[in-house]
Ligand binder design. Structure first.
Ligand code: 5GP
Length: 198
């Protein structure tokens, strides 16, 4: 099972993802490749696979990525080999990728449950970003502009979850994931005998 979660900066995505992973240990977070240097505390193979630009470009040319994107001058990509290995090991995978990544993954026919996290309003998102970024109004304006561009693609997603209260939002997403697990396509894929009967 593949779960894709997108949401603009400031919507609370990282906190929500952490809580979902705690509640559903059979789900792992996809580890992307990136050309950005590690931040203090980040670990190779856990947060990202940190690679030089040349290696990333080689992977790109050989079709190694399900999807990739340039975010703030750094490249990020999801390795098909990594996903398939985890799936063979029996894990479900949660992807924290932006809308460009969702467009590419869908374009390549990846199955999955696509969830967009939405702020209660643009004013509320601006307020949350403002709390985080008090001293830089230009960066704030850019984040709001980017958020608007991302949210404009709401129609690509299966579910739009409004993050107005953290606990309610986490509960809603876990409920969606549990229901998706029983969706016709997923179940029939795992029960060849049932497919034969139909
Ligand atoms: P950061 O550098 O702060 O870890 O991530 C920056 C942004 O890149 C986040 O919004 C995150 O969702 C996005 N991102 C991380 N990995 C990938 C990936 O593999 N593909 C895509 N499309 N976006 C990614």
């Amino acid at each position: 099972m593949r779960i894709f979660i997108s949401g603009p900066s400031g919507v609370g995505k990282s906190t929500i993802i952490k809580e979902i992973l705690k509640k559903r240990p059979e789900i792992v977070l996809s580890v992307s490749y990136t050309t950005r240097p590690p931040r203090p505390g980040e670990q190779e193979g856990i947060d990202y696979f940190f690679v030089p630009m040349q290696s990333f470009e080689k992977m790109l040319q050989s079709g190694a990525f399900l999807e990739w994107a340039r975010v703030h001058d750094n490249l990020y990509g999801t390795s098909l080999e990594w996903i398939e290995k985890k799936e063979r090991e029996g894990f479900h995978i949660l992807f924290d990728i932006d809308v460009q990544g969702v467009i590419q993954s869908k374009g390549k026919g990846s199955p999955g449950c696509f969830i967009l996290l939405v702020p209660p309003s643009m004013d509320e998102l601006a307020r949350r970003l403002n709390v985080r970024n008090t001293e830089d109004p230009r960066a704030l304006a850019l984040r709001i502009e980017n958020a608007q561009k991302e949210l404009a693609h709401w129609d690509l997603y299966d579910y739009l979850v409004v993050n107005d209260s953290l606990e309610k939002t986490i509960h809603e997403i876990v409920t969606i994931i549990d229901a998706y697990r029983s969706s016709k396509d997923l179940v029939i894929g795992e029960l060849p005998w049932l497919r034969k009967i139909g």
